[in-house]
Design a protein around this ligand. Structure first.
Ligand SMILES: Nc1ncnc2c1ncn2[C@@H]1O[C@H](COP(=O)(O)OP(=O)(O)OP(=O)(O)O)[C@@H](O)[C@H]1O
Ligand SMILES: [Mg+2]
Length: 383
């Protein structure tokens, strides 16, 4: 029993609060109140942990802000009833430390709660005002890399970012780290003189509004894009520290950060790979490409880049007439195949020639095969 900490369960949902009470009320003293009583309760007494179950009406963000304004040290856990990225982001911004999506994550909640409780207790004993921030609620960095030039990285990165943006409520930014020659600006017909290099003067205090000022929003999908300076000299002032700061800041403001990388390794690319949650290695199904992949794996070991836990393969330009088929690869590859994208010259060319994004609106009916395959990949990331 831990009688010293006050746990307040705020809920109008009987099914969920019974589930929670059954799981934790044996070990912790929990007080249950309605959402309507939360203002009163937090004014009445200082609560240590508030478990806030998403109410029917739209007052969660406001209520959490209120709780944190009255008592900044209160730890708020939000119980969501679905994956709504906009809402979860707003909840995190409002001050919730942790969220769980019900009913899927009930057992995760039950298993994490003792550690959350204990951490809070340790912090409280130390009278430390700085509370542990848990890793949930931060955006994911997805890097698209390949040791082979022309394997399709830029087309895939761009289509993936557009698709995630259009198929979900997630905030997405596409970053072109081909610092010397760029590429994304041509693919998406972006005419602008603002590029990543314009962030260098503010890099030490970089925040979301700096990034939004320099990024371009696509008219159709509203995807944010940070283009490359396309300038060897400008590229030189972009250091590895710059790349790390840029990605960490983007992670705080976006749910998905899609990074298009060049086909060589330098310190900026290594930094981007190290900061990534997932690395997608683009592989075309042929022997030379497999050789390059092996070399990359060896190089990664020597450079100390951890690949196995976060790398998967995107097979690109697949087709019946290929020398190597997907089933042959399964035994050869050390990474899982996350997606397979067909060779689609006919479909892609018109978009490339016009510099148009392959995805423009949500729920598009007539997708080219390339975009269909990317959609499958994107949806697997949104699960
Ligand atoms: N699935 C596909 N079907 C048909 N053509 C494709 C496919 N994927 C990419 N391509 C074509 O391959 C070429 C190279 O693509 P892209 O520029 O995206 O590659 P990259 O890996 O970014 O190249 P680089 O190494 O130069 O940055 C382009 O002409 C593109 O249209
Ligand atoms: Mg490219």
């Amino acid at each position: 029993m831990e009688p010293n900490l006050k746990v307040l369960l705020v809920s109008d949902d009987e099914v969920i609060h019974n589930q929670i009470l059954n799981a934790i009320s044996g070990s912790y003293s929990v007080q249950l109140i309605d959402t309507g009583d939360v203002v009163r309760e937090v004014n009445r007494d200082v609560q240590d942990i508030v478990i806030f179950v998403q109410p029917e009406s739209d007052i969660a963000v406001e209520s959490i802000q209120y709780i944190k304004s009255i008592s900044p040290s209160t730890l708020v856990i939000f119980i969501a009833k679905g994956y709504d990225f906009t809402q979860l982001r707003n909840i995190t911004k409002a001050g919730a430390t942790e969220f769980f999506v019900y009913p899927e994550e009930h057992s995760l909640f039950v298993s994490r709660f003792p550690a959350i409780f204990q951490n809070y207790e340790i912090q409280k004993i130390k009278k430390d005002e700085i509370f542990l921030s848990f890793t949930r609620g931060r955006g994911q960095i997805l890097s698209i890399f390949s040791g082979n030039g022309g394997s399709g990285k830029s087309n895939l990165a761009s289509a993936l970012a557009q698709t995630i943006k259009l198929e979900s409520t997630a905030e997405v930014i596409l970053i072109d780290l081909n610092l010397q020659f760029g590429g994304i600006e041509t693919l998406l017909s972006i005419q602008s003189n603002r590029s990543i290099a314009d962030l260098t003067p503010v890099i030490n205090e970089l925040n979301e509004s700096h990034i939004r000022n320099v990024s371009q929003k696509l008219d159709t999908s509203k995807l944010d894009v940070l283009i490359s300076p396309c300038d060897a000299e400008a590229a030189e002032i972009i250091t590895e520290e710059f790349v790390a700061k840029l990605l960490r800041t983007c992670r705080r403001s976006f749910d998905f950060v899609v990074v298009d990388l060049p086909s060589y390794i330098n310190s900026q690319v290594v930094t981007a790979l190290e900061e990534s949650d997932q690395i997608f290695y683009v592989l075309t199904p042929d022997t030379p490409a497999l050789k390059v992949l092996k070399q990359f794996e060896e190089l990664a070991v020597r450079l100390g880049i951890e690949l196995p836990s976060r790398t998967s393969i995107i097979l690109n330009k697949t087709g019946k007439e290929n020398e190597i088929q997907e089933k042959d690869l399964k035994n050869v590859l050390r990474f899982p195949i996350a997606a397979s994208v067909r060779f689609d010259y006919k479909g892609l060319q018109p978009f490339l020639n016009k510099g148009e994004p392959v995805r423009k609106t949500a729920k598009e009916k007539r997708l080219i095969p390339f975009a269909k395959d990317v959609k499958k990949w994107a949806l697997s990331l949104l699960k």
